[in-house]
Design a protein around this ligand. Structure first.
Ligand code: MN
Length: 723
């Protein structure tokens, strides 16, 4: 049985300056709080944390990790609080213990292949410090070693989870011996019959097997000696689980699995690795397709070795791994080796970018001065840009950090997204803006009355949700515009005794649409509704000039008095652009900013700086690198164009009232257009020159006071929404 002193000895062997007192204190603390607890085996509970710490010494981990190994179950299984751990052992150890407690609280439900991958990622996303995972692996390893005390049902569950989640994690972190042992242990409980059968068959041949291994080893050593290479050779039986996989994958039985012995040659330099390979291949016939160069092209978990298989003595297939001591250390300790491993090695870009974070860790480590700094940097999220949540059914979904219920809702279906009113997270109702945290169980709440709001665009994180929300608005506005456009057009056409439906049937409007480069008649009519196109522009394409002019004269008579054209002063100088002088300034046609609006500048190619209002939809998605800060210069006075849409009754004298209201507020009218509808309503569009936002507000207030006016709105031109 492992004693505490053994742990101290092992720690001293690889880190003589470690804080042994801290570890002693952790031991005493753990012994005290676990005092009367026993494991299922009937042994004192303390054996478990001791063994876990013991496994961690094999990974040569630091004192904080070993202490955490001793304390890892205190918060979960005793009355100890995290605060007590923090008071007694400091923040670092408290955070490690907290990480372990959190992992043990998520239930890893599904065992489906793709789900297992997500669970593994979720674990990685949840811990802020990679040591938490290493300690968790040690914990799981000891639990697997003592699994026999559980009920068969529990054994199966834990073994499956180990095979799905923890063995692959050990593999990803490059800790080969933990991976191997976890797999064999799990396999033993999942398929006890097959496990025993393979074990029995191996045992039967054991004597003959070990004689064979000795013989091959002697041959190896002799050859190394002849070639003046200093090295170690070990031979072993292959792992039971990998023999099983081979039998299963190739549909063969045990007697047909020939390469059940594996050898490992460890030498000093990379050159010697290739030398040894040459020696082996000239000694025994290599099996085609079995040579793999993981030195030239290392695996994502930074594993390096040469692998080959040959037809050895007596025609038996053997597998051989060749590596340096350094590579061996990495294969055994995995990620743990890296913060002690000082020489930066260039690793090739693997095609599989999936776990680049591991390589990233190595990159960081190269620039960092000491281990503590490295560990500090690893504490930053392992998956900094993703969160993992559960659906009510227990599936795991991946989202970008900051994602909200709306993102989730749109990932299911647009209909669910459009009607999302919130969510239940871990049973509690949360608002739409709630940001997911890894491990949350999320259920979306919908209501048939809900519809998307422009506000949503400000906080959703997934491109899918953004696109779908914009699409919804685009469709809605378009429908409205088409309805409005139809009404306006119909009414105007009637003045010339024309009918819209007939024009459409005759293909006339389609022709006009093509002439204005619209996709079709609907787009043309929508443009009238949006105010982008006037009915007169359309009529100009359909009717002879004289008929139009007649009519136009009448129209003009109505409007003439309203319009005073003025020469515009250049408003350019009214803006101060930070850090830039003498640039060309344009005001964006989509939002027509005026002084007082919050504005932002965008550097355009060859056209200087374009000024938008900050809430302009075209700006929100634009490249932030091209943004410049701009401010209004309040000392100067200029005028700016704005467009107002006025909804009113179609009533005599109203136009005159509008125009006098506008001029009494000292604004110039530069253009106006009035459309009337069948039900005695009028929609007028006025282009004005105003000084600033306050001036505009005054003008609008003035208009709203007029009887018969229903609504006044500042128009912003909708540009093609990108999808
Ligand atoms: Mn434990």
């Amino acid at each position: 049985m492992l004693r505490f002193n053994d742990i101290l000895d092992r720690l001293a062997s690889y880190n003589p300056n470690a804080d042994m007192d801290l570890l002693r204190k952790a031991y005493v603390f753990s012994a005290k709080v676990h005092l009367r607890q026993t494991r299922l085996s009937g042994e004192p509970y303390l054996i478990h944390p001791l063994e876990v710490a013991g496994i961690l010494t094999q990974l040569k981990l630091d004192v904080a990790s070993l202490a955490t190994g001793l304390l890892h179950d205190t918060v979960e299984d005793t009355l100890t609080t995290l605060e007590e751990i923090s008071e007694n052992f400091g923040k670092e150890i408290a955070q490690l213990v907290d990480g372990l407690t959190k992992i043990s609280q998520i239930s890893l439900r599904s065992s489906e292949e793709d789900q297992a991958e997500n669970f593994r990622k979720m674990i990685l996303a949840m811990v802020k410090d990679i040591r938490v995972i290493l300690i968790k692996l040690a914990d799981r390893l000891h639990n697997m070693r003592t699994l026999k005390y559980h009920t068969p049902e529990k054994q199966g569950e834990i073994a499956q989870e180990t095979l799905d989640i923890y063995a692959p994690l050990a593999n990803r972190l490059g800790i080969d011996w933990i991976k191997t042992e976890l797999e064999d242990l799990a396999f033993q409980y999942l398929h006890p019959d097959i496990y025993e059968e393979i074990q029995r068959k191996i045992a039967k041949k054991e004597k003959e097997r070990s004689r064979y291994i000795d013989e091959v080893k002697r041959t190896f050593m002799k050859k190394l000696y002849e070639n003046h290479i200093e090295g170690e050779v070990t031979g072993r039986l292959k792992q039971i689980y990998s023999i099983y996989l081979k039998m299963k994958d190739q549909h063969i039985d045990f007697n047909q699995v020939y390469d059940i012995t594996a050898f490992r040659v460890i030498v000093n330099t990379i050159k010697e690795c290739y030398d040894v390979l040459g020696i082996i291949h000239s000694l025994w016939k290599p099996i085609p397709g079995k040579f793999k160069d993981y030195i030239g092209l290392s695996k994502e978990n930074m594993y390096q070795s040469l692998h080959t298989a040959v037809i050895g003595p007596y025609g038996e297939r053997i597998e051989i791994q060749i590596r340096t001591h350094e590579m061996h250390k990495i294969a055994e300790e995995g990620i743990a080796a890296h913060w002690k491993y000082k020489e930066g090695k260039a690793f090739n870009e693997a095609d599989d970018k999936r776990f680049t974070w591991l390589r990233q860790l190595l990159e960081w480590q190269r620039d960092l001065k000491d281990d503590a700094e490295f560990i500090e940097s690893v504490k930053v999220d392992l998956f900094p840009l993703e969160v993992y949540i559960f659906t009510p059914k227990g599936e795991v979904k991946e989202f970008p950090v900051g994602a909200t219920p709306i993102d989730f809702a749109f990932s299911i279906h647009s209909d669910i997204g459009n009607h999302c009113v919130g969510a239940k997270v871990n049973g509690k109702i949360v608002p739409l803006k709630y940001e997911f945290r890894s491990g949350d169980t999320v259920e979306i709440l919908t209501s048939p009355n809900q519809k998307p709001s422009k506000d949503w665009l400000k906080f959703v994180k997934t491109p899918r949700a953004k696109t779908k929300i914009r699409q919804w608005f685009k469709t809605e506005e378009r429908e409205k515009s088409i309805a409005l456009g139809k009404e306006i057009l119909e009414k105007e056409l009637r003045k010339y005794n024309l009918q819209q439906t007939k024009l459409i049937k005759a293909g006339e409007l389609a022709k006009v649409a093509a002439e204005f480069s619209f996709q079709g008649v609907d787009d043309l009519i929508a443009a009238v509704g949006y105010g982008k196109l006037t009915v007169n522009q359309i009529l100009g394409k359909i009717l002879p000039q004289e008929r139009l002019e007649q009519k136009e004269e009448q129209e003009e008579g109505r409007l003439k008095s309203l319009i005073q054209k003025i020469t515009r002063s250049s408003p350019k100088d009214a803006l101060l652009i930070k850090g830039i002088d003498n640039v060309m300034v344009r005001y964006a046609g989509c939002c027509n900013p005026v002084p007082g609006d919050k504005v932002v500048g965008f550097i355009t190619r060859g056209r200087g700086v374009t000024i938008h209002t900050v809430d302009c939809q075209n700006v929100i998605d634009d490249d932030p690198n091209r943004k410049v800060e701009v401010e209004w210069d309040s000392t100067k006075e200029y005028s700016y164009p704005v467009r107002l849409r006025i909804y009113s009754e179609d009533k005599k004298g109203l136009l005159a009232e509008i125009s006098s209201s506008i001029s009494s507020n000292e604004a110039n009218i530069t253009n106006a257009r009035v459309d009337t509808t069948d039900d005695k309503k009028a929609i007028s569009i006025f282009e004005l020159e105003i000084r600033d936002l306050n001036h505009l507000k005054k003008v609008i207030k003035g208009l709203e006071r007029i009887k018969g006016i229903h609504r006044v709105e500042r128009m912003r031109v909708e540009t093609q929404a990108e999808s």
